[in-house]
Design a protein around this ligand. Structure first.
Ligand code: UD2
Length: 373
């Protein structure tokens, strides 16, 4: 009896010490981030995320101390597709749907086209989560002229009813137009230097975005989209585009053989993809996802292009080449059809039922600092 009594005591003391030291260790070294306003603590709860030390420790802590602050405050947890009672919408069919296009990838991710989702259901789910959405857009040199139409049409069609911050990276702050923004939507201006080559601007996006996410955006957003500024929204671009990592099919390559994709084919570059490989060709003009997943990917493109620079090579389509390499081996969790980036240069084919955003026709030689295509 005495022996079992002292065993229980020893067990209680050991359990107490484990909790105590576990807690101290987590706070001091693992930066678990108990501030629920940051994204980092909620992230380990995400569906499908790789278990890592942080998420395992978060789970251990949750078991010990009970529900975490982000759950207590009722803030959303990515992956919970919950909705309120009583929303009225058309019954989804198991028999009817788009038959002219494929709406699922061969790794079972949704491939989004008009007619594959119900905006009423999508909005009911995502508005309940109320995520903060960052749009990172660069307007360097003469590209500030595109801001007005981009922002004005964005206010009409992009994530209407959601909290959106446009992070505008520019070397000409004084040229950023005054636009009336909807409730919960704002603009944040970030100074960056001018460039003498357009290639440096497009690649530099990866560097400046990595720095800004690290320093600022991480504390202010849950999702992040990277977008080209020389585009206008023509129709709804909504929460159906949200996922852990979302890629957009490039309009010029969505029906062609993979060997015609303009992947980087020189094996000296880190963006190299051999012939015979590849799923799709994705555009770098629109892509998005969870903040931390996007950070990883943006930083990857930056680091890979730095490696290329050391070897005196620049990938054929700059960051787009690195992005395509990443997506080949780290499959996107959602793929958007070219509705999510069309071009005013091209006629709209029958399978594109809605153009949601489109690249404007521009005089490349005139707008780029070093001219030309
Ligand atoms: C293609 C890609 C683009 C990028 C680029 C890389 C599509 C539809 N677009 O677009 O995503 O991969 O090729 O070569 O696939 N910018 C400035 N100032 C400059 C130059 C560029 O701010 O002087 C910014 C601006 O936000 C612009 C973006 O970089 O929208 C992309 O540059 P672009 O529009 O000239 O590239 P483009 O049309 O060839």
């Amino acid at each position: 009896m005495l022996r079992s009594y002292s065993r229980i005591h020893i067990f209680i003391v050991l359990a107490f010490l484990l909790v105590l030291f576990g807690g101290i260790y987590a706070f001091l070294y693992l930066d678990l981030g108990y501030d629920s306003s940051t994204f980092s603590f909620c992230q380990p709860c995400n569906e499908g995320s790789e278990p890592d030390v942080k998420s395992i420790m978060a789970k251990v802590m949750e078991d010990i101390v009970g529900p975490t602050e982000c759950q207590e405050k009722g803030s959303w947890k990515i992956g919970d597709l919950t909705m309120n009672y009583g929303v009225k919408y058309a019954q989804p069919s198991t028999q009817q749907g788009r038959t002219d296009v494929n709406s699922v990838t061969n790794w079972n991710a949704p491939l989004v086209w008009e007619g594959t989702f119900d905006p009423v259901v999508i909005d009911a789910i995502y508005k309940k989560m109320d995520p903060r959405i960052a749009v990172v857009v660069f307007a360097v040199g003469k590209y500030t002229r595109f801001l007005e139409a981009f922002l004005q049409t964005g206010e009409k069609y992009f994530m209407v009813g959601f909290r959106v911050t446009y992070y505008i990276f520019t070397d000409h702050k004084e040229e950023v137009p005054n636009i009336d923004l909807g409730e919960g939507r704002k603009i944040s201006l970030l100074d960056i230097p001018s460039a003498t080559r357009w290639q440096d601007v497009v690649l530099g996006r990866m560097k400046w975005a990595s720095i800004a996410i690290d320093k600022q955006i991480r504390n202010e957003a849950d999702y992040l989209f990277m977008m080209d500024v020389d585009s206008v929204f023509y129709s709804r671009f909504g929460a159906e585009s949200l996922s852990r990592l979302t890629g957009v099919l490039h309009r010029l390559f969505y029906k062609v053989d993979r060997d015609q994709f303009t992947y980087e084919r020189r094996n000296l570059s880190r963006a190299f993809i051999p012939f015979g490989e590849g799923d799709y060709y994705y555009t770098a003009a629109v892509w998005g996802g969870y903040l931390e997943d996007m950070y990883k990917m943006v930083k990857y493109c930056y680091m890979q292009s730095e490696e290329d620079a050391k070897n005196n090579i620049e990938a054929v389509w700059q960051e787009e080449s690195h992005l395509n390499k990443y997506f080949l081996y780290n499959k996107p969790t959602k793929v958007l059809s070219p509705e999510y980036l069309w071009s005013d240069y091209d006629q709209v084919p029958a399978d594109i039922k809605v153009v949601r955003i489109s690249q404007l026709v521009k005089n490349y030689a005139e707008v780029r600092p070093n001219g030309g295509q």
